[in-house]
Structures are given as structure tokens and as C-alpha cells.
Design a protein around this ligand. Structure first.
Ligand code: CAA
Length: 245
């Protein structure tokens, strides 16, 4: 039976690539949008024309009740989630001396607290079925820190703490929990960085270019597969050599 994969933030650059790749490998793909109905409609129309049949649900991943309601609807409409990809994320860049409390909290809530909010909704069913894949999308900047991103770097470093702890709790139950830490990709999020700074960043990437979302999505697909059953609690860097650990 096809597995159900829930990818948060599937309408962004990386999220869309993950949705498409997991669909191609036979998953039933469900994704979330934060409230922009127009964006959701055009995403569904465009991807349908490309031959995909995605399910989309409105959800604020930073809000526990919103996640509870959404996963209840998914269970009713489609079934229990087998693969959860915690991908939704935002940036509110700026040096700490200029950062507002709102910019701190929004990034922590959306990029880190969302892991608790979402995973709590699906874990019991995974435990019951004896299979689960929880894949948390972190960032190179959670591993090395980044000027102008104390909020984002803190949240993304926290993501892997969550992964390592939960991986131990569920390791004997057929559930793996892993972190994927992409580097700089050719997505809107990175394109929002000024061209001058972006060019400096690219100059520091040994392979000499930004990554593509598809390169990350292929790794997500592997981690979601049966082949990756022995991989848990890992943090896999995929960053063009920009940060080697
Ligand atoms: N190291 C040290 N100093 C730096 C620096 C760096 N990397 N970058 C900038 N500076 C310095 C400048 O030289 C300048 O110094 P002076 O004032 O002495 O001239 C100062 O910082 C710039 O100050 P500004 O007032 O112009 O900067 P700001 O506080 O308004 O914000 C910033 C700057 C928006 C954070 C900008 O530096 C920036 O965009 N940086 C890149 C942040 C980044 O990489 N974001 C990643 C987004 S994509 C993503 O997050 C996805 C992912 O996972 C990879």
C-alpha cells in the first residue's frame, strides 16, 4: 500500500521538489500552506498539469491547535501519516543588535516549535503501525552559525537536538528520525539575500554554485525509504563543500 507523506511548507522551492520526488517514488503526498489560497490554488493547478495529484491543507505549523486540526482532517480524508518531512521554515535576518523580539520568536516558532507541534500529531500512529520516517530539514547555518541569523541558526541547531533525542526514544519501533542540513540552494529564500552578499556566499562554496532543490529532495527520498532503516539520529550535510564536519 502506498505510504502517506506529509511535507510541511510544500509550496516553497525545496518543499515542492520534495513533494514531487516523494510522489514519483510512490508516496501519497500531502502538503501544507499557511493561508495564501491563491498560491495554493496555482500550486495545485500547475503541479496537476505536470501529472501530480497533491493534497493540500491549510495549517500554521507554529500553532499546536492548527496542527492538531489539520492532521485529524488528513486522517479522516486520506489516512495515517507514515512519513513526516518538517520542512516549513522562514527567515527574519538581521544582526542581533537590530533584531526585534517578534523576529526572534517567529523564527523559533516556525522553524523549531513546529517540530513538536507536527510530530506530536503523527507519532502515536507511527508507533502503532511499527513504521515511521521523520525527516527534519535544518540548515548549514544551524551547523556553523551565520552573521545576521541568530534566530535562524539557533532554531536550526535546535532541530538536530530534537532529532537526536527522539531518534533514541523510537529506535526500536521501526521509526527513524533524521536531520538533513542543506546549504545554500537556488530558492526564493536565498534569492532574498542581496545580490552582493549572495555572490560572496557563492564564492565560498567549493563546488562553485548554489545547490538545486532536487538534489536535496533525492536525499529526502532515500531517508524516507526502506533502505534507510539503519540510519537514525543522523545529520546529513549537503552543501557543496561549504562546511565540512
Ligand atoms: N561577517 C562579518 N561582518 C559582516 C558580515 C559577515 N559575514 N556580513 C556583513 N558584515 C558587516 C558589514 O561589513 C557591515 O559592517 P560595517 O557596518 O562595519 O560596515 C555590517 O555588517 C552590515 O551592516 P548592515 O547594517 O548593512 O547589516 P544589517 O544588520 O542590516 O543586516 C544582513 C545585514 C541582512 C544580515 C546581511 O548581512 C545578510 O543578508 N546576510 C546574509 C544572511 C544569510 O546568509 N541569510 C541566509 C538566508 S537563506 C537561508 O537561511 C537558507 C539556508 O538555510 C542556507
Amino acid at each position: 500500500m502506498a505510504r502517506i507523506a506529509l511535507i510541511t511548507g510544500g509550496m516553497g522551492g525545496l518543499g515542492t521538489a520534495i513533494c514531487k520526488t516523494l510522489a514519483k517514488s510512490g508516496h501519497i503526498v500531502v502538503t501544507t500552506y499557511s493561508g495564501n489560497e491563491e498560491k495554493c490554488k496555482s500550486f495545485l493547478t500547475k503541479t496537476q498539469a505536470e501529472g501530480f495529484k497533491f493534497h493540500a491543507y491549510k495549517c500554521d505549523v507554529a500553532n499546536f491547535e492548527s496542527c492538531t486540526e489539520m492532521v485529524a482532517k488528513i486522517k479522516q480524508d486520506i489516512g495515517c501519516v507514515d512519513v513526516l518531512v518538517n520542512n516549513a521554515g522562514i527567515t527574519r535576518d538581521g544582526q542581533l543588535k537590530k533584531m526585534s523580539q517578534e523576529a526572534w520568536q517567529a523564527v523559533i516558532d516556525t522553524n523549531l516549535t513546529s517540530l513538536f507541534n507536527m510530530t506530536k500529531q503523527v507519532l502515536d500512529d507511527m508507533l502503532e503501525s511499527g513504521f515511521g520516517r521523520i525527516i527534519n530539514i535544518s540548515s548549514i547555518n544551524g551547523q556553523k552559525g551565520q552573521f545576521g541569523q541568530v534566530n535562524y541558526s539557533a532554531a536550526k541547531a535546535g532541530v538536530h537536538g530534537f532529532t537526536m533525542a527522539l531518534a533514541q526514544e523510537v529506535a526500536r519501533k521501526g521509526i527513524t528520525v533524521n536531520t538533513i542540513a542543506p546549504g545554500y540552494l537556488a530558492t526564493d529564500m536565498v534569492m532574498a539575500v542581496s545580490e552582493e552578499i549572495r555572490n560572496k556566499i557563492i564564492a565560498g562554496i567549493p563546488v562553485g554554485r548554489l545547490g538545486s532543490p532536487e538534489e536535496i529532495a533525492a536525499l529526502v527520498d532515500y531517508v524516507a525509504s526502506d533502505y534507510a532503516a539503519f540510519m537514525t539520529g543522523s545529520e546529513i550535510a549537503i552543501n557543496g563543500g561549504q562546511h565540512m564536519m
